[in-house]
Design a protein around this ligand. Structure first.
Ligand code: SF4
Length: 238
């Protein structure tokens, strides 16, 4: 794409995003699904925001694919939630894309040493999340994510629609304006299956090694990489 073409696209996405500021997430999704047809995919960690999006997308177009990044270190409750979601929405096997690292945990330990997450979590996330994500997104023009502005300062400026500079495709964040309470209202009203760890003080759920429960009143992402300054795995870094 030429510089001019890129500038035009960025301006168009910005203006499109601004028109959605007063609309509902379902409006954003419907417009994005129509525009990107078979070239859009939903990123799903089976956390609260993502199961809301699965439900919303299903009501608009039940054939849209989703992918999940299986780091090999997910909680058993996360895999169980995946199975409940697949059953509830009758997702077919080809619709649920299972994305793994190029390295097994054992190969990673042989190449980078044991417990890389405890020494260099950025490198571990790069190997088990960022590289696999880069690979899966190559086949799409747009991806849908569950990020919300009030999750973290690094997400405060998220647009409803934006250009993802890092992965070179359009990023749709239908829940950007929603609060944590909005998410739970939706889950309860529509009886969406959710990860039971959310009921055990885990508002944000990642890998077993890097996720801890939070204390009442703590930041929602305070339980992630608790002993490091790290707050993002690299998927949503601005
Ligand atoms: S969250 Fe932790 S275990 Fe999971 S990929 Fe990142 S550093 Fe590794």
């Amino acid at each position: 794409m030429t510089m001019n073409g890129r500038s035009e696209l960025l301006a168009e996405l910005k203006s499109w995003s601004e028109t959605f500021e007063s609309k509902q997430p379902q409006d954003v999704l419907a417009a994005a699904l129509e525009r990107y047809g078979g070239k859009i995919v939903l990123a799903c960690s089976f956390g609260a925001e993502d199961v809301v999006l699965v439900d919303m997308v299903h009501r608009i177009n039940p054939s849209v694919p989703l992918f999940y990044l299986d780091t090999d270190f997910l909680f058993p409750e996360t895999y169980a939630t995946r199975d409940r979601v697949i059953e509830r929405y009758r997702l077919n096997p080809g619709q649920v894309i299972h994305v793994k690292s190029l390295l097994t945990p054992q190969q990673q330990a042989e190449s980078y040493g044991d417990a890389l997450w405890a020494k260099n979590p950025d490198q571990c996330c790069q190997l088990r999340k960022v590289e696999p994500l880069t690979r899966v997104l190559k086949g799409y023009h747009a991806w849908i994510t569950g990020i919300r502005r009030d999750q973290a300062p690094s997400r405060a400026n998220a647009g409803l629609v934006e250009w993802d500079q890092k992965f070179e495709l359009v990023k749709i964040n239908p829940l950007a304006r929603w609060t944590w309470a909005d998410v739970w209202t939706y889950i309860k009203v529509y009886e969406v299956p959710y990860n039971p760890l959310h009921d055990q003080s885990y508002p944000s759920i990642g890998c077993t090694y890097c996720t801890a429960p939070v204390a009442p009143g703590d930041d929602l992402r305070a339980g992630r990489w608790k002993t490091f300054a790290k707050t993002e795995c690299g998927l949503h870094k601005p």
